[in-house]
Design a protein around this ligand. Structure first.
Ligand SMILES: *Cc1c(COP(=O)(O)O)cnc(C)c1O
Length: 398
């Protein structure tokens, strides 16, 4: 086994379970990334894009009203919702687009579920003057028509995927197939810390700007590190970005909040750590929601950004070694937190992020006032207003 493959392992998880036809592409990508990640020019350019284009650093905001209302630990919000395009996705996309450009690629392809990663990729492609094709499950193109329009407005081609359940997992499979067909000029801009090595490492590194900023902002605000950092987990990119810089700090608890949908124990859930089993899918070994025959199970969550049947391999490993905790949060709890943060702080979070807010609401009251929690607000909630209204029995047209 080559060094590259070993480097892509997180305990027993990760690896490169891909067809021979993709091997050259991932080896080429791994070589390029290994070169550029330590290149000062590359990092200067990326920092400039983060600051000038994405609007970094994002604020670390002391949620005073929420803290006083819950009556326990002090709560800070890491405001990734304030980034350009409205979520943390832009951090990864700018990094990968810059890397692709350095590699001489002229075309970006991507998968998208709710459309957030597709919009971010189309945005970066517009900025870099690259061609862009986004694969999206046909079901999702109907549910997220506004984001399909956004991507086309930004100059991307959106291809509806009709195979399987016509949702996110099928879009990933189709993007991988397309990459096999056209490796020369195309980079596959994967949207989370998943897939074959080196993607989980590349995406983590680009997202770890979140924990680097939390550390320095917290040291400035409080003169010490937080006691708990927490984030929602779909594939796990905003969560690993939030955790990564704190992994060596054993006193900082890391909590990932999974989408339990209608509840762990029902069939309508996407809580992979709570319900999943070890498996191999989309090029990686990790935990996946599976049926009794080991087939990937259909998953459900009110939040389109969290209903992926797997979890990134580094999270699976952090769970195995008990460095991070993973907790399930139901639709109902997330919707209550969505409404609570809106009313209490005047901040409408993405329904994905509301899963983390919900868990903080559960634990903060029982923690003493000298404890500090940081919740990453991965995105803004404008996109979710119509769906939440519907959940509450109100029909508003978008
Ligand atoms: C895509 C998305 C997520 C889930 O993706 P991760 O890779 O788990 O971070 C969470 N929040 C928002 C706002 C998203 O757009």
């Amino acid at each position: 086994m080559s060094e590259e493959i070993k480097a892509g392992r997180f305990g027993i998880h990760g690896g490169q379970y891909i067809p021979e036809t993709l091997m050259n592409a991932v080896i080429q990508l791994d070589k390029a990334y290994t070169h550029y990640k330590d290149d000062p020019r590359f990092n200067e350019e990326l920092t400039q894009l983060f600051n000038e284009y994405a609007g970094r650093p994002s604020r670390l905001y002391y949620a005073k009203k929420m803290t006083e209302d819950l009556g326990g630990a002090k709560i800070y919000l890491k405001r990734e919702d304030l980034n350009h395009t409205g979520s943390h996705k832009i951090n990864n996309v700018l990094g990968q687009a810059l890397l692709a450009k350095k590699m001489g690629k002229t075309r970006l392809i991507a998968e998208t579920g709710a459309g957030q990663h597709g919009v971010a990729t189309a945005t970066a492609a517009a900025l870099f003057g690259m061609e862009c094709v986004v694969f999206m499950g046909e079901e999702d193109t109907k549910r997220q028509a506004l984001n399909v329009y956004r991507m086309r407005l930004l100059g991307a081609e959106v291809i509806p995927v009709t195979t399987g359940t016509a949702t996110l997992k099928d879009a990933v499979s189709e993007a991988m197939r397309e990459w096999t067909r056209r490796i020369d000029d195309t980079h596959y801009c994967l949207g989370s810390v998943m897939g074959p090595h080196p993607f989980p490492t590349i995406v983590r590194d680009f997202q770890s700007v979140i924990s680097r900023e939390i550390r320095s902002q917290m040291l400035e605000a409080e003169g010490r590190l937080p006691d708990i950092v927490m984030a929602c987990v779909g594939g796990g990119s905003n969560a690993i970005g939030t955790f990564y810089g704190f992994i060596p700090d054993k006193d900082v608890r890391l909590i990932g909040c999974e989408a339990a949908g209608r509840g762990v124990g029902t069939l309508e859930t996407a809580a992979t750590i709570a319900m999943g089993k070890l498996g191999i899918f989309h090029g990686m070994k990790s935990y996946f929601c599976q049926d009794e025959f080991g087939q990937i199970a259909p998953v459900y969550s009110i939040s389109a950004g969290l209903d992926y049947p797997g979890i990134g391999p580094e999270h699976a490993y952090l769970h195995d070694i008990k460095r991070a905790e993973y907790v399930p949060v139901t639709d109902d709890e997330a919707v209550c937190a969505f409404e609570y943060l809106s009313k209490t702080e005047g901040i409408i979070p993405a329904i994905e992020s509301a899963h983390a807010v919900a868990h903080a609401m559960k634990i903060a009251p029982d923690l003493s006032r000298d404890k500090i929690i940081v919740i990453t607000i991965s995105g803004r909630g404008d996109k979710d207003c119509a769906a939440i209204a519907r959940y509450r029995g109100e029909d508003i047209s978008e």
